[in-house]
Design a protein around this ligand. Structure first.
Ligand code: BGC
Length: 904
């Protein structure tokens, strides 16, 4: 005991925790040969930087402490890196589990104790590992107009004691796997949506505790993205007209033997109560056809038929790298509305995405129809015109005899209002539960300030992200679209990465860029591509570069840059070909500044920014980022080549689109924002261009930009010293503005500034989503600028943080938190008359530069002591600001400035 105490005294007081592998805690069923390991350090000590680390990995927990039995041991590595360190041991084999742990050294060269062990486990890595065969019900379903879901089952006995069991499972379509009467895992919409022709994910589940001596395994397979309706052109069966199941259960017994149970023609198959299920149209369920006990042993399946084999490749199977879709939360309706038309409608109080769980009672054969809408019309009636061809209807036929519960499996809806038809009596609020479904990303960010409308805007941005991050980042979640529109995702990616951990989510999505990109380098408009080619639109296709670049900046992830490099380069080369020697990208079809402000007035005939200008600006921007990426990856020749290319495009841009007085042609907010934000102006013309932008914003008094310009306008105004105008735009409540929808009761971000007009009438039904995150890209500016948490491009992953509050717009306080790979970052400011109170948290193993606006060094107090001469930090007066270099810890700054009294 004494010995232990003495040795503990020799250890660092810090501890290592939150061990992650490929952004997940103890992942099971991965395919990455050299997975990356990350950890966080917990200590009460300020200014803490890890001096060295040691990682060890072994096949079992027991082997970790035995040097000769390690798979990999780094020894002591002098480095402050604690994020995304690649495993360097021998590649683990299929189904192998690797245990690992880490310790670190502090500044006094004291090591911590070893962390708790963590692990990762490989999935099935090659086609040869798959012993299972694809199965399906048979031909009779193929040509039916309505498509019932298929049910599959198999019974088996296990006569020995089970040590561990894993099931590897996927489907052409969507599946729900069940063992002994229970659903396997919590994931929904499996196997997820990918470029199915090239990549189909399978899932791995630890089912050890679900097995017993007598077992039944079964699955339900629905159409989903694979075989259902997809895209707005009325397409069905885009990937194939046959749905199928593939499952392999690997059981290890305590005596060292094993058994494998696989899908094959010994499985039984049938159809059941799910008469039809479709992502756009909804689900039809006849409870009278339920197959009671079908997923348990002892069920009489004599009426089922033998499953048919299906000759389909297994070469495209991959383990998931993203985040599973799950039911994340439940909400109850807030009120029952009887509309003027007499409809019975429940208001969920929130525009949400997922399904409704319904409790009903009635007679066998009674039919309840559930319909979904985002808004009520002017008269207060249920409104579904904006859903276009999507029927968004669930139908439940009762079996009778007591309370029945219905929750559809293979469809989701985007809705706030739920209309119920066919109930025997008026519904009660208790009968309906909203099940919110999305990719189970960990929430990482929050923003709040003294203005409740802006707080509602932040709420709407976050709900827009929840609703549209259902395995793929989509434009909208409700109409016959719900596609991975690249442009929307591109502009929103940094905001998304504040709100939730999207590293794995985007890693998966980017692989589908590589899969679906055309040989010419053209990037399809939507990924996964279901519009059959097309693509190549400026600002949309650039997602191929900007999204991985965001992941690199936010998570310090170099691998995504390396893995996407060929795709990024191919896209820039495509632009190169289109632009030719003149370096101007002229004449191609683009979406342009999509949905920009339009009028019919001759004094302001709309804010059309020329597509050629946007295309050339993005060409310069993306080739510049590509050159930076090439530098990071050590591709020096490419780095020089693309830096020169970008410079040449910038020159061409200036010659073509900038007058010698600094007027940008097009003279629009978007035109100026692109030119300034992408650094496309000669130094001597920046000032006049900035003045033109400011003058336009002032004259109009509102935004005139669409999808391309809107994310840039406030940040550009801030960069030219016009926070006054940026805050004016933020705080405006009349159309067009971010807050106009908020004043109309919006709970998500709308596709159009005037989706619903002040008189209650609607925009064009052809395109009017009330849950479209693109305009939510203002979130980035709220976090970075208003609250003041910014990245240092030189030290990605928030290894070094830039903290700078920006009071303005009469706000008296604003604060943001962001849970980075290193831990929580906080930036929270409050004005009390002329006094600024600024609290920051800098995570362990990072440093920060704090910039205090209007701060005279001599007046700044840090934790109530004068900052000047402080031993904790280095402080400096830079013009009218004080900058301070700090290490990890919690700090409070206070100081006075009369300028805060007048700050608008
Ligand atoms: C989508 C958009 C998308 C656009 C292309 C629309 O139908 O909903 O968000 O970016 O098409 O311009």
């Amino acid at each position: 005991m004494l010995l232990t105490l003495i040795s503990v005294a020799g250890y660092s007081k810090a501890t290592v925790s939150a061990l992650k592998c490929e952004y997940q805690i103890n992942p099971v069923g991965i395919c990455v040969a050299q997975p990356r390991l990350s950890w966080q350090i917990v200590t009460t000590e300020n200014n803490f930087i890890q001096q060295a680390y040691e990682i060890r990995a072994a096949e079992s927990q027991g082997n970790l402490s035995s040097a000769s039995k390690l798979l990999w041991g780094t020894g002591k590595v002098n480095s402050s890196e604690s994020v995304n360190i690649a495993y360097g041991g021998p590649s683990a084999k299929s189904m192998q589990r690797v245990w690992w742990q880490v310790k670190i050294w502090d500044a006094k060269n004291k090591a911590t104790v070893w962390s708790e062990p963590a692990y990762w486990e490989m999935g099935l890595l090659g086609e040869a590992d798959w012993k299972a065969s694809w199965i399906r019900l048979g031909e009779e379903l193929d040509n039916l107009a309505s498509r019932p879901s298929q049910y599959f089952r198999k019974e088996f006995s296990l006569n020995k004691k089970v040590k561990s069991a894993r099931v590897y499972v996927t489907a052409l379509g969507l599946y729900e796997l069940r063992i002994n009467g229970k659903k396997v895992g919590n994931d929904l919409f499996t196997p997820g949506w990918t470029s199915y022709k090239n990549r189909i994910q399978y899932q791995t589940y630890d089912v050890t505790s679900m097995l017993s001596a007598k077992n039944a395994i079964g699955a339900i397979v629905g159409d989903g993205w694979y075989r259902g309706n997809i895209g707005f052109k009325g397409q069905r069966s885009y990937y194939g007209d046959k749905s199928a199941l593939l499952a392999q259960l690997e059981v290890n017994f305590t005596d060292g033997t094993k058994e494998t149970i696989t899908t094959d023609s010994n499985w039984e198959a049938t159809t059941g109560p799910i008469l039809e299920s479709d992502i756009y149209n909804g689900e039809r369920y006849d409870a009278r056809l339920e197959l009671n006990g079908w997923d348990q042993a002892g069920y009489a399946d004599s009426k089922w038929k033998s499953a048919a084999g299906y000759d389909f490749t297994k070469s495209t199977l991959i383990a998931p790298q993203g985040v599973p879709v799950q039911a994340i939360q439940e909400i109850k309706p807030v009120k029952l509305i009887k509309t003027p038309k007499g409809e019975l409608v429940l208001d969920m109080g929130q525009n949400m995405v997922g399904v409704v769980r319904l409790k009903v009672k009635g007679n066998s054969g009674d039919k309840v129809v559930v319909k979904f809408a985002e808004v009520l019309d002017k008269a207060g009636n249920f409104y579904t015109d904006n859903l276009r061809a999507a029927k968004c209807t669930d139908t439940y036929i009762l079996k009778g005899g007591g309370e029945e519960i219905f929750q559809p499996r293979f469809t989701f809806h985007g809705f706030r209002f739920v209309k119920l038809e066919g109930l025997a009596a008026e519904p009660t609020l208790d009968q309906v539960t909203g099940v919110v479904i999305h990719s189970a990303m960990t929430p990482t960010g929050s923003f709040a300030c003294s203005d409740s409308l802006i707080n509602q805007l932040q709420h709407n941005i976050q709900w827009g992200q929840k609703g549209n991050f259902l395995d793929v980042p989509t434009d909208c979640p409700q109409r016959d679209e719900r596609l991975g529109w690249t442009g929307d995702a591109q502009v929103f990616s940094m905001t998304a990465a504040f709100n939730f951990d999207v590293a794995a989510f985007y890693t998966k999505w980017m692989k589908d860029f590589t899969a679906d990109q055309l040989k010419s380098g053209r990037v399809p408009h939507v990924i996964p591509d279901v519009l059959s080619g097309g693509g190549g639109a400026t600002a949309w296709a650039d997602a191929s570069i900007i999204v991985p670049w965001t992941v690199y900046q936010v998570y310090g992830d170099k691998r995504i840059l390396a893995e996407q490099y060929n795709s990024m380069k191919a896209w820039v080369e495509y632009m190169h070909t289109r632009a030719g020697d003149k370096n101007l990208w002229i004449g191609d079809e683009h979406f342009g500044d999509w949905l920009a402000f339009a009028t019919t007035s001759s004094s302001y005939p709309g804010a059309t920014t020329e597509k050629d200008l946007i295309a050339t600006a993005y060409y310069a921007h993306s080739s510049k980022i590509l050159s930076q990426i090439a530098t990071i990856l050590g591709k020096t020749e490419d780095a020089t080549f693309y830096a020169n290319l970008s410079a040449a495009v910038k020159k061409a841009f200036i010659d073509e689109f900038v007058t010698k007085n600094g007027r940008v042609v097009s003279h629009t907010q978007t035109g100026y924002s692109l030119a300034l934000a992408f650094d496309l102006l000669p130094g001597n013309l920046k000032k006049s261009a900035a003045e033109y932008l400011a003058a336009d914003v002032k004259k109009m008094g509102h935004l005139t930009s669409g999808f391309v310009g809107t994310p840039l306008v406030c940040q550009t105004l801030s960069s030219i010293g016009r926070d006054d105008l940026a805050f004016m735009l933020l705080k405006r409540t009349k159309y067009p503005s971010w807050l106009y929808p908020v004043t109309q009761g919006a709970t998500t971000i709308w596709e159009r500034w005037d989706g619903q007009k002040p008189d209650g009438s609607f925009q064009d039904v052809g395109m009017n989503s009330f849950n479209h995150y693109a305009y939510g890209a203002i979130g980035e500016w709220l976090y970075k600028h208003v609250a003041g948490i910014d990245l240092d491009p030189q030290h990605p992953g928030y290894k070094h943080i830039l903290l700078e509050p920006h009071p303005g717009g009469d706000l008296t306080k604003a604060s943001a938190e962001f849970n980075s790979m290193y831990g929580m970052i906080k930036s929270s400011w409050k004005l009390d008359k002329s006094q600024m109170i600024y609290d920051v948290t800098i995570p362990v193993n990072t440093t920060a530069t704090v910039t205090l606006p209007h701060a005279e060094l001599a007046k700044v107090m840090l934790n109530q002591l004068p900052v000047s001469g402080s031993k904790i930090c280095k402080a400096e007066q830079v013009k009218d600001a004080t900058t301070i270099e700090l290490g990890s810890g919690n700090y409070q700054f206070t100081y006075d400035s009369d300028l805060f009294m007048t700050k608008k």
